[in-house]
Design a protein around this ligand. Structure first.
Ligand code: DGL
Length: 259
């Protein structure tokens, strides 16, 4: 048993989509979330820089006594999780695009994946893709600009709609029946995507799987909390708090921290 917090970090506000799943599944766990919005987006950065930023976020969460760290960012997971697991003792949970269920369930033999450049160009992504989707047509699309718009609070803007329409057209042309959201910012796009895409296309993200894995690893290491009430979640951003406030409609502490 451990009352220590679960630490969660992302390049910005997107990982709150993962925090929501974790908080729903493990309501008695204390959670600390870091939004590294000052350095967003991570997607166009090189592997070395992504590792450096992931170390910075990890160290801060460890200073807060976190018992497990959830890398709530596909780009940081695919580029830095091996380094983190090798160099720190706490367990790390990562997130990767859910290619496997999409490839297993496709009827049209075509799936789409929307992710950042950093994720799509990573060795881990190409291994997963080769392993699970080598018989399937995979339409990869970099989501240039999407993270920035979300970070600026322009989630449901005309600009976003226009960008998505352009990015999704090649997928529609290839008759995909599954769209994999390979970035933790993207689940917030779901209402727009449902509006733009034909109804037969299933949208898949990995949020629930990450929450289940977090619970399983805490259980395995005897680290679950035995609290009977929900502690106040803590959110820290190194930019502005307003976008986080909009996304986390919850009783939470949301503060600026210069990290
Ligand atoms: N939420 C991050 C991810 O899952 C966004 C990456 C970025 O900042 O470009 O990949």
């Amino acid at each position: 048993m451990s009352k220590q917090p679960i630490g969660i970090f992302d390049s910005g506000v997107g990982g709150t989509s993962i925090w929501k799943e974790i908080h729903a599944l493990l309501p008695y766990e204390h959670t600390i979330y870091l939004a590294d919005s000052k350095n967003a987006p991570y997607g166009p950065k090189g592997k070395e820089r992504i590792i450096e930023l992931s170390i910075k976020n990890t160290e801060l969460l460890l200073q807060q006594g976190c018992k497990i760290i959830v890398v709530a960012c596909n780009t940081a997971t695919t580029n830095a999780i091996d380094y983190l697991r090798t160099n720190y003792k706490v367990p790390f949970i990562g997130i990767e695009p859910a290619i496997k269920p999409a490839a297993l369930n496709t009827k049209t033999n075509a799936i789409g994946i929307l992710a950042t450049k950093g994720t799509l160009s990573s060795a881990l992504f190409s291994q997963t893709s080769t392993r699970f989707a080598s018989d399937v047509k995979v339409i990869e699309q970099e989501g240039d600009g999407i993270v920035q718009l979300i970070e600026q609070g322009k989630l449901y803007s005309e600009e976003m709609r226009d960008l998505l329409s352009i990015y999704l057209q090649p997928m529609r042309d290839s008759h995909i029946d599954h769209l994999v959201l390979g970035c933790t910012h993207y689940p917030y796009l779901t209402p727009l995507l449902l509006d733009i895409l034909p109804a037969n296309i299933k949208i898949i993200d990995s949020g629930m799987a990450v929450a289940r894995q977090t619970k399983a690893i805490l259980e395995k290491n005897d680290l679950l909390s035995d609290r009977k009430s929900t502690p106040e979640p803590e959110f820290y951003t190194n930019l502005h708090t307003n976008v986080l406030n909009d996304l986390v409609k919850n009783k939470a502490k949301i503060e600026f921290l210069d990290f």
